[in-house]
Structure formats: structure tokens, C-alpha cells
Design a protein around this ligand. Structure first.
Ligand SMILES: [Mn+2]
Length: 322
């Protein structure tokens, strides 16, 4: 089997350390959760110790992902008394800050990312923006390392792929994506069960939040946008993760080419933006303009309030971009 030089240097690095920290971005999504856990299993099989750390717990919809309790949630790695010589593997982060973790400074950093906005901040950097999920890259590492794809690993990686491709519907989905999904299904991933766990296990607060968000929806030509305020969220007993995916309803409208959802952040007069495009407009570039990042068709950034100012700033970029 021909091994990508980037994977070869990763495997070389793995061989030279007994123990690794593995993490991903704050407010993890299905790709982050599935990928860190699969990566940990790869290192287990290679005879290494792996400590999985994240700044935030997995969203509720990923609570059935195998080995989820392996993720230690902390804001500061130093609290775990992990020696500073332990290297850290960062999955889909553009720097230490994205992890939301303190205590990574000064460590050897291994950077594996599939975002167009990825940056070469690590000692080893493998950035492949053609990968539909970082889970696809972890899968390729597993193949190159010739480890066994266990049912739990297959389930984690299938979760990563399914969530980052919008259930195999986004433009990044290729024959290769399905080939990987097929192999994961052959190794114990149950697509029906995984879909049920992810898509049919929403907390009620999330659906009520969706109702509030959609009642604020506006459209203008090929643009759609909506928002929720902290008082909406308090009233509905909803949290930040209940807002995940709202923007996908906006971009699902026929004739809409780009969409943005603004969520008010508690007590800072700022808004967190989720931006989507059907592919004509590069919303990664627009998010980067405001200090955020992401992919061509899915990105995010944070803007100062008030709401009308934040909305006008993003809409003016989306209007000129089309
Ligand atoms: Mn991802």
C-alpha cells in the first residue's frame, strides 16, 4: 500500500513517543468527537497511551458514541498533571486557541486538519481540505498503520463522516466517502442505529429553539437569515448546542444561496454566526474576513453587537460576495 508522506511522518512521530494527548476544538461536533475517540483507539493498538481531553462535553446527540466517557473534559490540561513532554495531537484546529484548553503551550503539537482555513502551527502538519471530515483522515491513518478497524472505531468514524457530510449530502461527498463508509459498515458501524442516535434523539429544548429561530427568519433575494437572543434561550431552557443546525434549515430554502444564523452570546454583546452557502459563494473567506474560519460552504465567526449592526455587517459581505 502506498502511504501518503504526511501519514508516514505522522506514524514516524507516533513511534518516538510513548504517550499522547488527543484533543479537538471547543464546542465539539460529531466529527471532532468521533475522530478523537477513533484516534485514541489507533494509538492503543499501536501500543501507546492516549489521553483524550476536550474543553467542552460532547453534544447530547452524540451521547451514544462508543467510549464517550474516555473524553476528559477540562479547561486546563495542567490540572491533569500530564508532563509537558507529552505531545498533543490536535484534530481540526487552526491553533491552540481553537481547543479552548490551557496547558498546551510548549508541547510538541501534531496538527491534523481538513479545513481550508487550516494553519501550519504544529511540529507536524497534515492539512487536507479535500477530506470531507477529519474522521476520513483518521481513517487513512488507521489504514496506513494497519490497525484493526474495531466496531467502536468504525462507529466513531462513521459518526464523524455522517455528521460532517450532512448525512452524505454536502458537495464534499464523493465515491471515496461512500467507499470509506462501506468499509466502516463492514467493520461494525450500524448506519441505521447511528442515524437514529444522531438525528432522532433531539432534546425537546432544541426543537422549541428551532421554532423560535425560524419565527425570526428573513429572506432577501438569495439570502436568508435568522437569530436567537439569550432571552429566547433562557425562556425555552435552551443552550448553545440546541442552536446547532438551525442554519441548515435556512440554506435548505429553494433559491437561497447563502444563509446566516446569529446566536447572542451571554453578557458580552457579541453574536456567534453560523454561515452556509450552497457552494457558489465561499463563506470560509467571508468568515475569515471577520476572524473566523471554516469551509467553502460552512463557516463561522463572532461579531460584536448590537444585533442590527452584526446582521448588517454580515449581510453586506454576503451581498457583495454573490
Ligand atoms: Mn470536521
Amino acid at each position: 500500500m502506498k502511504i501518503d508522506p504526511s501519514i508516514a511522518s505522522l506514524l514516524e512521530c507516533f513511534r518516538s513517543h510513548p504517550r499522547f494527548l488527543i484533543t479537538s476544538h471547543a464546542r465539539p461536533d460529531g466529527d471532532a468527537v468521533g475522530s478523537v475517540l477513533a484516534m485514541a483507539e489507533i494509538l492503543d493498538q499501536l501500543g501507546h497511551e492516549a489521553l483524550v481531553v476536550m474543553a467542552d462535553p460532547a453534544p447530547y446527540i452524540y451521547s451514544k458514541v462508543p467510549n464517550l466517557d474516555r473524553i476528559k473534559v477540562t479547561s486546563d490540561v495542567s490540572l491533569l498533571e500530564e508532563p509537558s513532554s507529552t505531545p498533543a495531537i490536535l484534530l481540526e484546529c487552526d491553533g491552540i486557541a481553537r481547543t479552548g484548553l490551557a496547558g498546551l503551550e510548549g508541547r510538541t503539537l501534531i496538527n491534523i486538519d481538513h479545513h481550508a482555513s487550516g494553519k501550519t502551527f504544529g511540529a507536524i502538519n497534515w492539512i487536507d481540505e479535500t477530506a470531507c471530515a477529519v474522521g476520513e483522515m483518521v481513517y487513512r491513518i488507521a489504514q496506513a498503520a494497519e490497525v484493526e478497524i474495531t466496531p467502536s472505531m468504525a462507529t466513531c468514524l462513521f459518526t464523524a463522516l455522517a455528521s460532517d457530510t450532512g448525512s452524505f449530502t454536502y458537495p464534499c461527498t464523493t465515491a471515496e466517502t461512500f467507499a470509506i463508509a462501506q468499509n466502516l459498515a463492514l467493520h461494525g458501524a450500524d448506519p441505521g442505529k447511528i442515524s437514529r442516535d444522531i438525528y432522532f434523539s433531539n432534546p425537546e429544548s432544541k426543537i422549541r429553539m428551532l421554532g423560535a429561530a425560524l419565527s425570526n427568519m428573513h429572506t432577501e433575494g438569495t439570502l436568508a437569515w435568522s437569530w436567537v437572543t439569550t432571552s429566547d434561550m433562557e425562556r425555552l431552557g435552551a443552550g448553545a448546542e440546541d442552536c446547532e443546525g438551525v442554519v441548515n434549515y435556512l440554506i435548505s430554502i429553494a433559491g437561497v444561496e447563502s444563509a446566516v444564523f446569529l446566536r447572542e452570546l451571554p453578557s458580552v454583546n457579541q453574536y456567534r454566526l453560523s454561515i452556509r452557502s450552497k457552494g457558489r459563494l465561499d463563506v470560509a473567506r467571508i468568515a475569515e474576513h471577520f476572524g473566523g474560519g471554516g469551509h467553502r460552504s460552512a463557516s463561522g465567526c463572532t461579531l460584536d453587537g448590537p444585533l442590527n449592526v452584526a446582521t448588517e455587517r454580515i449581510l453586506s459581505q454576503l451581498r457583495t460576495g454573490l
